[in-house]
Design a protein around this ligand. Structure first.
Ligand code: NFS
Ligand code: SF4
Length: 643
């Protein structure tokens, strides 16, 4: 039988699940075969009830929906709605973070505090809030209120685009796609794609760009930047990853979902003396907090707490029998969990009014009552510890370094006094580093779990391409051992390895959760501003990839990368092939509009080839294809560096 995952811990648990008749995402994925071809090609429409309609991809049957919609209209509308849904998810998360900041500023006794004042000041400036003579609470309140304005604004421009290179802003303005307000662009996309409105696939995808930019450069950016203000801007720290981080002896609480507003409070509470004593009195050695998915990335990045796995491992964590509570909030939480929890003693605990799951215990969490609810949850988990039956935890776990915010990258590469992207740019110009690839996104049971991520990233770093990661992709490569400094000597090409050794970084940098892809946008803009690599993001020798994507959120991310000028390759497949006209538009024509475009390639070796070719093409255009000889710095140059 072909292995379902690259990860031994996953295959081990899958066998166990199989023996016990526990159904997993892989079983259900098989049951869906053969999948609906119309859906896979993106040419089914149920936007009104004259349908549902479908286009015959072979040309023999209907070529139009009942209303007359062609294949490209249907594909574009479906694609546009995926962007809107993804942007909504990221941005609604951002809204909750802004509300938490408002609470921290106005009610400091509620449990949240403002941790990073330097970042607060920086964001204040971007949002046009004057910082002079204000307490951090005053400033926090104004920043939160300004951030919230970005959701409902009807006209004007989102302020964060000022971080993008001038040339990029000019392209967006010329196309009239600078987002006005987050909610407005999402609503407009839903309107345009309803029956009988926007009937031009190009026009739909241009508004798709506006909607996606409202996500990447605003909704997600608010989530990331305001989380940094509240919980601290990440800097490199050590952690561990995979199911082996679950403890045989301690109470295991697994947080799963996306919003650190909840998980940060659990981190705090799990150190509570009284609760630790309660745990001991129940025979547990302590409280072990671990994460799944993006919440895991958030608590890893800021606290070094362990990650139990990525999206496809959520059911398997429960299957170990070692999890007292799985605490979830929103996004990427499988509806199958209650049934699996029933086979074990695990309590599934929901916390968000937006994400209710029948069969779960609900602890209503809000920013105002966060501390008390977190305590109640941890207590519930502890009291559940004596109900453990047989426990089977795979031994696999791996060390990793995470926490490469764009600020941390500046610091690591440039040093404390000359913190800048200049050393990175210099190493790209001299050819030691060929380029940078952002490899991000989900897991998908349609392809062997983790394998596409790992095979792609291995090949990229072997070719001297520095890899920056977020989301479940980062977890996959962490498990494979790429996120430790020693990986540079083991897997990276000579040039990249040399840079990693000098600076002491891994060849693959973990930058956080999926909303933290906004960090990559800022890092790319910084590279442009630092100089020597062209005038726009589209000039840089960089690329993006989502090798095992599944979520609508990934489509929103892909499209804001493309609209920001990045060549972006998706694995698995893309529901667009039912219209050649549409596919040609996003795979070819968009490059002439944005300097970035979509590509799809399920095979990791070929995907690496596309990325390497693209990076070489950009290097050639910049006139650095050979790599310049190392310059020895004289005193003047050194002084310049130290400014
Ligand atoms: Ni991103 Fe995070 Fe994972 Fe995909 Fe889901 S957890 S927001 S969507 S599956 S990477
Ligand atoms: Fe069919 Fe058009 Fe209605 Fe879509 S909008 S379901 S294509 S009639």
């Amino acid at each position: 039988m072909k292995q379902k995952s690259l990860d031994g811990a996953v295959n081990y648990m899958l066998e166990k699940a199989g023996r016990e008749g526990i159904e997993t995402v892989w079983d259900r994925s098989e049951q869906q075969e053969p999948r609906c071809g119309f859906g896979e090609l993106g040419i089914c429409c149920r936007n009104c009830y004259m349908g549902p309609c479908r286009i015959d991809p072979f040309g023999a049957g209907p070529q139009k929906g009942v209303c007359g919609a062609t294949a490209e209209i249907i594909v574009a509308r479906n694609f546009g709605r995926m962007i809107a849904a993804g942007a909504a998810a990221h941005s609604d998360h951002g809204r909750d973070v802004a509300n938490a900041l408002l609470l921290a500023a106005t009610h400091p006794d509620a449990g949240y505090t403002i941790k990073d004042v330097a970042k607060l000041r920086k964001v204040a400036q971007i949002l046009g809030v004057s910082v002079e003579g204000k307490t951090k609470e005053d400033l926090g309140r104004e920043v939160a209120e300004k951030a919230l304005e970005n959701f409902g604004r009807q006209e004007g421009e989102i302020p964060f685009i000022s971080l993008a290179p001038e040339a990029r802003q000019a392209i967006w303005r010329k196309l009239d796609i600078v987002p006005r307000g987050i909610d407005r662009e999402i609503v407009e996309m839903m309107h345009r794609t309803t029956m009988g409105v926007d009937q031009d696939h190009r026009n739909i995808i241009m508004h798709g760009a506006r909607t996606a930019l409202a996500d990447g450069w605003c909704g997600s950016m608010i989530a990331t930047e305001l989380q940094d203000i509240l919980f601290g801007t990440p800097s490199p720290l050590r952690g561990q990853v995979n199911l082996g981080v679950l403890s045989e002896t301690a109470v295991n609480i697994v947080v799963h979902g996306h919003e650190p507003v909840l998980s940060e409070m659990l981190v705090l509470v799990s150190k509570d003396k009284e609760l630790l004593e309660l745990a001991n009195s129940k025979g547990a050695s302590g409280i072990n907090l671990a994460g799944i998915c993006c919440t895991a990335n958030e608590i890893l990045l800021r606290h070094g707490l362990p990650i139990a796995g990525n999206i496809l491992q959520q059911e398997l964590a429960v299957t170990t029998g070692a999890v007292e509570a799985m605490v979830v909030d929103v996004q990427c939480i499988m509806p199958s969990l209650p049934e699996i929890c029933k086979c074990r003693h695990t309590h599934l605990i929901t916390t968000s009014p937006k994400g209710s799951i029948p069969g779960a215990l609900h602890f209503a969490f809000s920013e105002e009552n966060a501390f008390q609810v977190a305590k109640d949850i941890v207590r519930d988990a502890i009291l559940n510890f004596p109900n453990r039956k047989s426990v089977d935890i795979p031994k696999e776990k791996m060390d990793l370094i995470a926490g490469f915010s764009h600020e941390a990258i500046t610091y690591m590469l440039g040093g404390r006094f000359r913190g800048s992207y200049k050393p990175l740019n210099d190493n790209i110009i001299n050819g030691r580093i060929k380029g940078v690839a952002g490899v991000v996104g989900c897991g998908n049971p349609k392809v062997p779990h983790d394998r596409v991520h790992v095979d792609l990233v291995r090949e990229l770093i072997a070719n001297d391409i520095l890899v920056v990661q977020t989301g479940c992709s980062a977890i996959a490569c962490a498990k494979a051992g790429f996120l430790v400094p020693e990986a540079a000597d083991k897997y990276a090409g000579k040039g990249l390895a040399e840079v990693c050794r000098t600076v002491g970084i891994p060849p693959v940098l973990h930058s956080g959760s999926c909303v933290d892809n906004s960090r990559i946008l800022i890092a790319l803009s910084e590279m442009v501003k630092t100089g020597g690599l062209g005038k726009d993001i589209s000039d840089l020798p960089v690329a993006g990839a989502a090798p095992e994507w599944m979520s609508e959120k990934a489509i929103a991310i892909g499209h804001y990368f493309v609209a920001s000028g990045v060549f972006t390759v998706f694995g698995v497949g893309l529901p667009v092939h039912g219209s050649k006209v549409f596919a040609d538009y996003i795979f070819k024509e968009l490059e002439t509009v944005f300097g970035g475009m979509w590509a799809v390639e399920p095979d990791p070796a070929k995907m690496a080839g596309l990325i390497i070719d693209h990076i070489n093409k950009k290097r050639k255009k910049l006139g650095i294809e050979k790599g310049k000889e190392r310059v020895l710095y004289d005193m003047d140059m050194r002084r310049e560096l130290e400014i």
